[in-house]
Design a protein around this ligand. Structure first.
Ligand SMILES: C[S@@+](CC[C@H](N)C(=O)[O-])C[C@H]1O[C@@H](n2cnc3c(N)ncnc32)[C@H](O)[C@@H]1O
Length: 194
């Protein structure tokens, strides 16, 4: 088996080009994108939440896996990056939210989600409980960049380890850690006590 990515979204090339021009170096990679598309496709009618749209690279993969009755809410606080995503992913089932993720997580009162891709500090290292409370039982909580990355600031490795230890200590999720891509964790929310 070749570790080769196929079926790259049609919008990906244009988004990647705009992303390079902006010198944005936190983009999700192709493997993460492909995995997201696959998991999203497992959920007809899904409500999906992405925290940290960036320029929309992962968003393009998520959109590619969405059934026609699925919806995506994607939150980003950088207007320039979000505009790249919006311009390239014209889809009325995607709600692009220009807002601080901390504020959004504290104030969101809508329906829960079937899959959350938490790719910003809020919803991952901060306000994890708030984000996880928005996930339905049986829903996927996905994070990447769990293996050392060149752009990690000092002290981040310790934060990553503490976060993984915390996830592994919980009884309301089952998870698998993948030493693949940038280091991915796939967690599924379960009712406690099953
Ligand atoms: C790792 S990048 C996301 C990459 C993106 N998923 C992709 O496919 O390229 C994290 C993103 O979170 C955004 N971000 C950082 N702090 C945020 C906050 N407080 N609220 C919302 N977005 C935030 C950054 O601007 C950045 O675009």
């Amino acid at each position: 088996m070749q570790d080769q990515i196929i079926n790259i979204p049609s919008q990906y090339k244009a988004i990647a080009s705009a992303t390079r021009q902006l010198d944005f170096n936190m983009a999700s990679d192709l493997y993460t994108g492909s995995l997201l598309k696959t998991l999203v496709a497992s959920k007809p009618g899904a409500r999906i939440l992405e925290l940290g749209t960036g320029s929309g690279l992962a968003t393009s993969w998520i959109a590619g896996g969405m059934h026609k009755d699925a919806v995506l809410v994607t939150v980003e606080n950088n207007e320039v990056l979000l505009s790249v995503a919006k311009e390239n992913l014209k889809n009325n089932r995607i709600q692009f939210v220009l807002e601080d993720g901390y504020t959004w997580l504290k104030e969101y009162k809508g329906e829960k989600f079937d899959l959350i891709f938490a790719d910003a500090m809020p919803g991952k290292y901060d306000l994890f409980e708030e984000a996880f409370s928005l996930l339905k039982t049986g829903g996927f909580y996905i994070i990447d960049d769990m293996l050392p990355q060149p752009n990690w600031p000092d002290g981040h490795a310790e934060r990553v380890k503490a976060f993984i230890d915390h996830l592994e200590s919980r009884n309301d999720m089952v998870l698998t850690k993948l030493n693949w891509s940038t280091g991915i964790i796939i967690a599924v929310k379960i009712a406690t006590g099953i």
